[in-house]
Unconditional design. Structure first.
Length: 71
């Protein structure tokens, strides 16, 4: 389930609503990754970020989470 996010980008205001919707509807990351979006838009970046948890996108994949204080 999407618990929150931080977006630091020039168009963050155009992307954050995707995360808010996911949080309000208790959406899981997989559902967010499958959600249709108008293309090209800045909010498409949110979909691509969610997709990284499940498969490679443009040659990149999400890094595994680490515990705080570990290198």
């Amino acid at each position: 389930m999407v618990l929150g996010a931080t977006i630091h980008a020039p168009r963050a205001g155009e992307m954050v609503h995707e995360v808010v919707l996911a949080m309000r509807t208790r959406m899981f990351t997989g559902r967010l990754a499958q959600t249709g979006h108008a293309y090209p838009t800045w909010s498409m970046a949110v979909r691509q970020t969610a997709a990284h948890f499940f498969f490679e996108v443009d040659g990149r994949r999400a890094r595994p989470a680490r515990r705080a204080g570990t290198p």
